[in-house]
Design a protein. Sequence first.
Length: 238
Amino acid sequence: MDRTDYASALRRDGARMAEAAVDLTARVAGCPEWDVAELLRHTGQVHRFWTRIADGSVTDPSDNVATASPADAELAGWLAKGVERCAATLERLDPELPRWTWSVQQNAGFIQRRMAQETAVHCWDALYAVGRDEPIERALAADGIDEFLHLFISGAPTADFPADGLHLHATDGPGEWLLRAVDGGWQVGTEHAKGAVAVRGSASDLLLLLWQRRSADQLEVFGTAEDLAAVLAPFVRN
């Protein structure tokens, strides 16, 4: 995916997310402490934060002051305005342009991808909260699995992480990933291989599993319960 794809995805899922404003009091299963109103406020603030980083107006994240969020009745429009500004800013930037990020990837390309992925998962959160269990678009979901495995697993593997690792297999198109513990760190491959645990499902469901929106029993799993717990442990939020 390129910067145009990411900007298009951001606009699409931002618009879909605003549709959840039909019930701002609905609870958000993926973020149990929030209702839809709080989820929209969070996402709108995230868009504004990274827009200022991306356009160069803020270079030190500690200087990035949160924008006041509006009343509930204005949330959908406020979110949409932030989505468009973010997408318009990101689609014109060279992905290699140096920018601060919290990641090892310190460029605009990280922000372009992250904003599309962040919005996709929170769009799913918002729609699911109001009774719409709709998949993340397949190509974006596959890209999100790759982003997650390369950038969101921190810390050293635990001693009980199985040597053969975790194999993820998308059933709705191309996409296989093998996560293994190697020399005290993590190794991600995209070859067809046999892991200690294999999980098969749509790219959307695999991504939602990694982000703890789907439980393993909602997908096709091969492996012992003990090995499954060990391979999923690195993804669990504290």
